[in-house]
Design a protein around this ligand. Structure first.
Ligand SMILES: [Fe+2]
Ligand SMILES: [Fe+2]
Length: 156
């Protein structure tokens, strides 16, 4: 029973890991394609966010391997090209929203099954919660650069 649950949770975390791989590569690529007078601070920020996504991937690998006895995914969700600053911000805001949705589901699964996670619950709960906070900060930052209201982001 517990093993089945570990398998299910590992699958969810691996789905998130594939999204983190994608996010890391996508931000790095997008940072290289924009130009213009105002691009410099945006390039810096995209590269910094790419670094956060890399750290998230490392955290997930440890949760899967060290705390669930699983095998971390080596594949990635399909990345998307974007050319203009506007397109780049919209694409990544959409993906950050998807990431928050996936992590909310994972955090709920962890919380609902605390009794099956005697020796790993707090580590899983802590790390996933911190990743969600980072993704919500990414949404806030991209939204401000894009000059969008939160309501507009919700509709994307
Ligand atoms: Fe992330
Ligand atoms: Fe993010």
């Amino acid at each position: 029973m517990v093993n089945d649950f570990f398998k299910e949770l590992t699958e969810l975390l691996n789905k998130a890991l594939e999204m983190e791989h994608q996010a890391n590569i996508q931000y790095l690529s997008h940072a290289e394609v924009i130009d213009g007078e105002t691009c410099e601070p945006i390039i810096t920020r995209l590269n910094e966010i790419a670094g956060d996504e890399k750290e998230h991937a490392a955290k997930l690998r440890s949760l899967i391997g060290d705390f669930l006895d699983g095998v971390p995914a080596i594949t990635m969700t399909k990345a998307r090209n974007a050319r203009t600053i506007k397109e780049i911000l919209k694409t990544n805001l959409e993906d950050e929203k998807k990431a928050v949705d996936v992590y909310n589901k994972i955090l709920k699964t962890i919380s609902d099954n605390k009794s099956k996670l005697s020796y790993n619950f707090w580590k899983l709960e802590h790390d996933v919660r911190h990743i969600i906070i980072d993704e919500q900060e990414h949404i806030a930052e991209l939204r401000r650069i894009a000059g969008m209201k939160l309501k507009e982001v919700e509709k994307l």
